[in-house]
Design a protein around this ligand. Sequence first.
Ligand SMILES: Cc1cc2nc3c(=O)[nH]c(=O)nc-3n(C[C@H](O)[C@H](O)[C@H](O)COP(=O)(O)O)c2cc1C
Length: 256
Amino acid sequence: MKNVTAIYFSPTGGTKSYVRAVARGIADDFREIDLTNRETRAKEHLFSPDEIAVIGVPVYYGRIPQLPDELLRGLTASHTPAVFVVVYGNREFDDALLELSDLCEKQGFYGAAACAFVAQHTFSPKIAAGRPNEEDLTIAEAFGREIREFMEAKDAKPLSLPGDRPYRSFTVAPFTPKGDKSCTGCGTCVRICPSGAITAEAPRETDAKKCIRCLVCVRACPAGARRVGGPVYSMVKHKLEKELTKTEKEARLFLP
Ligand SMILES: Cc1cc2nc3c(=O)[nH]c(=O)nc-3n(C[C@H](O)[C@H](O)[C@H](O)COP(=O)(O)O)c2cc1C
């Protein structure tokens, strides 16, 4: 089997779990590239035609996350097969899979397979609570095995994916996390922020233009000093909980 690389952008870990599961299904051994890390994103990563990449991102506003720097700019492939993975919080993935596929093609990958999975929503632990669970990861791993068998048996054909061009337009959520008095200035959030929206000089503040609202700083703060507050966030959260807790969506799997 070809060398496999699991590549993910995953501030709160849902995408990472799914990408690893698909990669594990393709091969027991695989390497990992974590694009959530700004330094890793800035490095050059080269791929040859006899490798396979599993590339995953979360869905934000029905699109892929819009980073101030380009998410995949460090990846250079040369007709390398790739599995595209999008992970969403039980609403919809809209144009995200198509956008990820377009972006990967620009970097030199071609689509061998694709999938969309559900994970707990960043804005509420009540939405798709605890997902991915064991069953989700079993499905993802089994899909990895199916991809391996499919690639061994058949010639590459174009993938057909759902989504529209131009992609969905959206308005960025009108709230950002902030630090309170209990902030010790330890710098965890500065290091961990995937978009460089927090500075060591003013760690309680957040640059609203750079912030992608992934909330990893809220989860990672050792002092529990960072949170999103205010009536708008409460309203959005409440509305999402009302709409998205009735039923949970299943995995969507795509082969050529
Ligand atoms: C800014 C933002 C926008 C989001 N937009 C959507 C969306 O359009 N549809 C959806 O189902 N989930 C949406 N989500 C939920 C995430 O896709 C979901 O929580 C995902 O698991 C996060 O991935 P991660 O755990 O790898 O960081 C959004 C989350 C954030 C932070």
